[in-house]
Design a protein around this ligand. Structure first.
Ligand code: AMP
Ligand code: ZN
Ligand code: FE
Ligand code: FE
Length: 275
């Protein structure tokens, strides 16, 4: 029995609908999945329903952008109560920030000769949590670049001319928010950010786990983070970070973690609730 605890739908920058995601999970014989859309839980209700029909366990979650000492980090909140008022308010705020940022990025693009309107990006994204992947897709669609990678490499990456900063909450605030909404806070793909220098501070702030297994982690990284998790008594999670068809072949199914990790995560959540 296996699980995938890092997945996106078209409620953020994935391309699968919740129903398509559940169907893919079924096809790959996953026992449990978590939906970790960026800064939104709007896809959770439909994914939960589709998973119920397919007899798959569903874990409501989200991936929050945060920062620690100037380093961008992604924090996964698992078992979040999507009805928690503080969480709902914060997610709405993040979504507004994302929308304003799209306006800013497209303004920058127009100054660079790329005549892309924010409205075209919003229409293509068709969600409340748009991001740079939607800008990149709109640029491909309108013929300004040949691929998503080209859009990122020439315009959208940090340091490139159309990049615009995004408001982020501190990692401490993000962990508090996740706990306040009944969830567990897990550091996403630590191997992809300069996360090691922040881990001690995150643990002092109450971090619950590390995403040791991730499609972009090397074997060395996975082993390194498993060791760190063991050393600090942190939970271990993992997932494919599948964004659907955005880069051709979907990643779901390419990384499956033993289902046991979901049970350990549940036990940890139950222990938190009691204290
Ligand atoms: P944003 O949320 O607007 O900061 O955009 C970040 C997202 O862009 C990440 O979650 C990645 O999935 C995606 N991303 C980063 N680099 C690339 C790339 N070269 N091609 C496609 N997507 C990317
Ligand atoms: Zn994404
Ligand atoms: Fe991420
Ligand atoms: Fe992700």
């Amino acid at each position: 029995m296996t699980a995938d605890l890092h997945l996106h739908t078209n409620f953020s920058d994935g391309t699968f609908t919740p129903e398509e995601l559940a169907a893919e999970a079924k096809r790959h014989e996953l026992r449990a999945i978590a939906l970790t859309d960026h800064d939104t839980m709007e896809g959770c209700a439909r994914t939960a329903a589709a998973c119920r029909d397919a007899d798959i366990q569903f874990v409501p979650a989200a991936e929050l952008t945060a920062e620690q000492d100037g380093i961008e980090l992604h924090l996964l909140g698992y078992f979040l109560d999507s009805e928690n008022e503080t969480l709902k308010e914060q997610l709405t705020k993040f979504q507004e920030v994302r929308q304003t940022r799209i306006v800013e990025i497209t303004e920058r693009l127009r100054n660079l000769g790329v005549q892309l309107e924010a409205e075209s990006v919003f229409r293509l994204a068709n969600c409340r949590a748009p991001g740079r992947p939607h800008v990149a897709r709109a640029m491909v669609k309108e013929g300004y670049v040949g691929s998503l990678d080209e859009a990122f490499d020439r315009f959208l990456k940090k340091g490139k001319p159309a990049w615009a900063p995004k408001y982020k909450m501190s990692a401490v605030e993000a962990i508090e928010l996740i706990h306040h909404a009944g969830g567990l806070a897990v550091l996403a793909h630590p191997g992809l950010s300069r996360a090691d220098e922040t881990i001690d501070a995150l643990i002092r702030s109450g971090l619950d786990g590390l995403e040791c297994f991730h499609t972009k982690h090397s074997t060395y990284m996975t082993e390194h983070y498993l060791e760190l998790a063991e050393q600090h008594g942190l939970a271990v999670t993992g997932g494919s970070d599948c964004h659907g068809m955005s880069k051709g072949k979907p990643l779901i199914g390419s990384l499956k973690i033993p289902y046991q990790y979901v049970e350990w995560l549940e036990q940890r959540r139950d222990a938190r609730v009691k204290t």
